[in-house]
Design a protein. Structure first.
Length: 732
């Protein structure tokens, strides 16, 4: 569910003007879907107020492009300071609508020297009171510190010098002993109060937390911790719902002004919409995602725009691009102002009972802009101050072809926002962002929801796998049964690029298992694609999902070694936050967990040989296997063979050895050479055998040829073609 509001955008004239300046200000009004409002036939009245009273109301001019203009004349007496603007539109059917729905549009009117003789409206602003009050506090603090230093010096002297020093100290402060002790106690208490870590609010949050009231930072941090814990408690419960608000600028709003599939100036899908969809697939009817965002906002504008609580249990905050590079703001590049307003946003949200997660500004199309990177770095320190997790987002969209996911130099298109939202969803699977399940080469995850960061969606835990720890029952292990249409979803943080993950499962014949990385979105390109070769028998790897179909005729147990040798698994190209979904598409499976190996090491394990079992060894009555076909590129990948370089009957063609292992019977070795076609592929008969028992009922090889139509090596089997056996191909 998406909740948005109408809004106002300043086009020309600037948000800071001189008193008496008659330059017109031009605005655009947008409806709750982000579309420009059609004002033809309507009237627009503008109300202008300072922080205390309404100072002016006048009609705006409606332009032909549906923008509106207002200009202040010499007769318009407004005073100076921060002015708040509201626009009341009366449509042709007399229906009225007020813009913006949340907060107001602000401009600042500065005093003009030419108007000083005429005088200004005598208005004491909240800001002026705040400044005067702050100056009084500063003066008092300096005075107290000075007096306390003096008193401490005299008190120390009095302790060592006795009555004379005590009398001298009394004389110096010109009070008697009783007054001196009382004053010392009072000053000490004031010093203790002032040395606590406190911060003041810029504006009222509610009747309890008022502007200029100092709030203890430790209190805010403790409150954030409690709210964060409560959010994940509700999210992982069976009977409670949660609300997540996405707060930010045009990236959060989903701005897209160029893509063919956009809706108005909003992309075909925004990141909050993608987040809603992903979480719905894991937690049906449990999560509501709200969007609080406006294009062009920096932290100051965002702070002033969203004043009231959205009712969220958790708020994702992402600002920084406009603070860093939007020349429309006087504070562009002012990192102190950025952090100051970001801090106030965090404080207000915590006091409104929402936990907070900071998302660093998204990666721009170019990766060579340091201005935004500096702002990202400052957020890590700010988050630590308030116990707010800070999530690095530029990892999520790096490695993609720019034109594939961006609509301009800053904003994504629908595909880019979908990728971004899918990666955000990984923060809400399992134990949460503050306690990530980190994986690297050698990591293994079972199916324990409290340890392995897994969510069972319909799947049922069972204890029937003796190959896993017997944590509950001494004679059993840990696994889950995933029925057709059910799934297990993992969230983890990959600490390195180029991991290969293998599912550990028993897969019945005819079953199909779908592995989806990051909910199946398009995956990034490899950093160095010439060093990476994708398996030919795994389809759609870069599309974020693979279908693992067991059509061997028998059930099979997929383990780490078996999965590596058969390329049954998923290549995770880049490090960072990910989800992995294991879904039974056709028939059910018994699932025990995940194995992680580095992709280079996985290839090394397979390098130099091709090993394949003709039957799973626990089946005693398999059906015959007459023929085995191997793609040429599998030999190229694992044996370093380059088929493009072969020549007809060339003595330089690579010789291979085929070794056939007949279970508990014999080992047979053959030699063959591959040419450019089936005529130049030379097959040689058996050249070596090793008997392990009296030969009987063994599998033999009768022919090896190249099929040029499919680029496959065709091995034809003879003898007992139902024999439990395996084979291996190496370079001779």
């Amino acid at each position: 569910m998406q909740i948005t509001a109408n809004s106002v955008k300043l086009l020309t004239g600037g948000n800071v003007i001189k008193q008496g300046d008659e330059t017109p200000l031009t605005f655009e009004l947008f409806d709750e879907t982000g579309n420009l409002v059609d004002l033809q036939g309507a009237t627009v009245a503008v109300k202008i107020a300072n922080q205390q009273v309404l100072v002016l109301e006048k009609a705006a001019t409606i332009n032909s492009d549906n923008s509106i203009s207002i200009a202040f004349t010499q007769e318009d007496v407004t005073g100076n300071g921060v002015m708040r603007l509201e626009f009341q539109v009366t449509y042709s059917d007399q229906e009225k609508e007020i813009f913006p729905a949340d907060g107001w549009q602000e401009i600042r009117i500065t005093p003009s020297i030419g108007n000083l003789d005429n005088g200004n409206i005598a208005v004491v602003t909240v800001e002026k009171i705040r400044q005067e009050y702050q100056q009084q506090i500063d003066d008092f603090t300096d005075d107290v510190n000075s007096r306390l230093t003096n008193v401490n010096q005299q008190a120390a002297y009095a302790q060592t010098q006795g009555d004379y020093a005590k009398a001298e100290a009394d004389r110096l402060v010109n009070v008697d002993a009783a007054q001196f002790d009382a004053r010392l106690t009072d000053v000490s208490e004031q010093l203790a109060h002032m040395t606590q870590q406190k911060i003041k609010l810029l504006d009222d949050v509610d009747t309890t937390f008022k502007a200029n009231k100092p709030i203890d930072i430790d209190y805010l941090k403790s409150r954030q911790i409690i709210l964060y814990g409560k959010f994940y408690q509700k999210l992982r419960s069976s009977d409670q719902t949660v609300t997540i608000t996405c707060r930010g600028d045009s990236i959060t709003q989903g701005r897209d002004t160029t893509s063919a599939d956009r809706v108005g100036e909003i992309a075909s899908i925004t990141y909050p919409q993608a987040l809603q969809s992903r979480l719905d697939s894991i937690y049906p009817d449990k999560v509501t995602v709200i969007t609080n965002a406006m294009h062009g906002d920096n932290t100051e504008a965002g702070y002033n725009r969203f004043l009231t609580s959205s009712g969220a249990d958790m708020t994702l905050v992402m600002y920084g691009i406009n603070d860093a590079v939007n020349a429309g703001y006087a504070t562009m590049g002012d990192i102190e102002a950025y952090i100051s307003y970001y801090e106030q946003i965090i404080i207000r949200l915590i006091l409104q009972n929402s936990a907070v997660i900071i998302l660093t500004p998204s990666k721009e199309k170019s990766s060579f802009l340091t201005a935004i990177d500096i702002y990202r770095n400052a957020l890590y320190v700010l988050g630590k101050k308030y116990g707010v997790p800070v999530v690095t987002t530029d990892e999520w969209t790096s490695g993609y072809k720019g034109s594939e996911i961006y609509s301009d130099d800053t904003h994504f298109n629908g595909k880019g926002y979908e990728i971004f939202g899918s990666r955000v969803a990984s923060l809400f699977v399992g134990e949460g962002v503050s306690h990530p399940k980190k994986v690297s080469h050698g990591s293994e995850l079972l199916t324990r929801i409290s340890i392995d960061n897994a969510v069972l969606v319909g799947a049922v835990a069972s204890s029937q796998n003796p190959g896993t720890p017997a944590e509950s029952v001494d004679t059993n292990g840990i696994q889950v049964t995933i029925g057709q249409g059910q799934k297990v979803v993992y969230s983890f943080y990959a600490e390195t690029d180029n991991l290969f993950v293998v599912p550990d499962m028993y897969q019945a014949n005819g079953s199909t298992v779908k592995l989806s990385l990051d909910f199946g979105v398009k995956q990034p390109d490899f950093y160095f694609d010439e060093s990476v070769h994708l398996p030919a028998d795994i389809n759609n790897s870069l599309n974020g999902f693979i279908d693992i179909v067991n059509n061997t005729g028998v059930g099979r147990k997929v383990t780490k070694n078996y999965g590596i040798s058969k390329d049954i698994g998923f290549h995770i190209v880049q490090k960072g936050w990910h989800t992995l979904t294991i879904e039974a598409v056709v028939n059910g499976i018994s699932f025990a967990g995940l194995h992680f190996v580095h992709y280079d090491i996985k290839n090394t394990l397979n390098h130099g040989r091709i090993h394949q079992e003709l039957y799973d060894m626990w089946y005693s009555s398999p059906t015959p296997v007459i023929e085995t076909r191997l793609p040429i590129n599998k030999l190229e990948k694992y044996l370093g063979y380059n088929h493009a370089h072969v020549n007809v009957y060339d003595f330089r063609d690579t010789p291979f050895k085929l070794t056939v292992y007949n279970n508990k019977n014999s080992i047979l070795e053959y030699v063959f050479v591959l040419g450019s076609d089936n005529l130049s592929s030379q097959y040689f008969a058996l050249y070596k055998r090793t008997d392990m028992a009296t030969p009987s009922g063994e599998r033999t090889c009768t022919n090896i040829v190249l099929d040029p139509n499919t680029d496959e090596v065709v091995i034809t089997w003879g003898g007992n073609t139902s024999k439990l056996s395996s084979f291996e191909i190496t370079v001779l």
